[in-house]
Design a protein. Structure first.
Length: 199
């Protein structure tokens, strides 16, 4: 489209789509609902996603594991955006959790004449989590791993692929950027008002 920024790669690959589809299942302040709230809602979401094999029998416990994996990934993507609240101990906890998940859902190398890819050798829900990890791992090998981010607007934290030329995007939309700017402006006004009243 003419309005899209011109960049080199910057087309969202299937692996990025898989990661973003998984992380963008959270409820937030803008009206998006929780899609992994229980086994039924998680199963309904999976039924709409071909890359996860379609319909899968899942439990409420599976949905809880999905939420934990998703939230750990969101923390990493917030770190890509430079979100200060996600750095330090929250990021360390997320990375430890992702290491544990990686051990529970190992990947297999699939070699064909057409190329090599990572895939989950497991079926059912373990295969779903393995597919997410395979997508993360595959894309993380590229120089664009840091461009998968989570919006720094606190009510949002929506995952997005940063298509800006310099990789400096912080928000998923201009609307979220405007909200943050407005909050900062109001805070400066409150701080300035308080300083002038004390003078």
């Amino acid at each position: 489209m003419a309005s899209a920024p011109r960049t080199s790669l910057r087309t969202v690959t299937p692996t990025v789509e898989t990661v973003l589809a998984f992380v963008n299942t959270r409820a937030d302040g803008s009206g998006r609902r929780e899609l992994f709230g229980d086994g039924d809602s998680f199963a309904a979401w999976l039924a709409e996603r071909d890359e996860f094999g379609g319909e899968t029998v899942v439990t409420d416990a599976d949905a809880a594991v999905a939420r934990e994996l998703r939230d750990a990934l969101v923390t990493v993507l917030l770190a890509h955006s430079g979100d200060e609240e996600s750095l330090g101990e929250p990021l360390l906890r997320a990375e430890r959790h992702l290491r544990r998940v990686g051990a529970l859902y190992p990947l297999a190398t699939v070699v064909t004449a057409g190329g090599v890819e990572l895939a989950s050798p497991q079926a059912g829900v373990p295969g779903v989590f393995g597919t997410v990890l395979a997508a993360v791992t595959t894309f993380a090998q590229s120089s664009d791993w840091g461009r998968i981010k989570a919006c720094r607007n606190p009510p949002c934290h929506f995952g997005f692929f940063d298509r800006t030329r310099n990789g400096g995007g912080l928000y998923c939309s201009t609307g979220c950027g405007s909200q943050v700017s407005m909050r900062k402006h109001r805070q400066r006004q409150r701080d300035g008002g308080g300083a002038s009243s004390d003078a």
